[in-house]
Design a protein around this ligand. Sequence first.
Ligand code: HEC
Length: 191
Amino acid sequence: MKIKILFSLFLSILVLGMIAISAGAYNMAATEKHWVITEKVIEWVRVSSIAARAGDLEVPALDDPSVLIIGAEHYDAMCTDCHLSPDQQPTELALGLYPQAPVFHQRDLLVGEDKKNEQLKEYFWVIKNGLKMTAMPAWGLTHDDDTVWAMAVFVQKLSGMTEEQYIALTRIDTNNGHHHDHGHNQGHGHD
Ligand code: HEC
């Protein structure tokens, strides 16, 4: 009997909740921040999900100097609208995002090869697959794994990178016809 009462109570709460939501009670606005508890739950889900999927990846050989250059080129063309770079101010696009895109050059460098390796695999996984409901695109639909690894390497190298270092790496003329989006940070620079 008790179980029946509890079950009816649970059902009533569920139905009331659904009525409230269809009446528009939940605010989907990007300007309406999550509660701290919701934020913690989302973070826990994201971190666990990425760790579980990135853990078994095999990191290929990435020490060829061209890897960093390829990563830098792609980053500069496709990622700075949201993730910014050491040589620019926050874009209007980046300011409006929720959740906010992390600013990689303001991150602390990780210490220890194991931790760095884990981070590299997690970066690779996120860049390749994107993240639901965050605006982080899946670049693996349009880029092969080698290019995604190159981007992951560059994103990791961005920690603590200065403006001069960034410019030196991203303004190399590789003669491959790739266009850079000098000076303007409002997108449409990728070709
Ligand atoms: C339209 C905006 C947008 C663009 C463009 C974009 N990202 Fe993101 N990215 C995000 C957001 C927002 C997040 C954070 C999601 C979250 O908090 O769950 C994110 C997260 C990430 C992460 C995970 C960071 C972490 O803390 O582990 C990586 C790595 C990443 N992006 C790399 C890239 C790279 C490389 C590019 C370009 C090829 C790129 N992003 C382009 C919006 C973007």
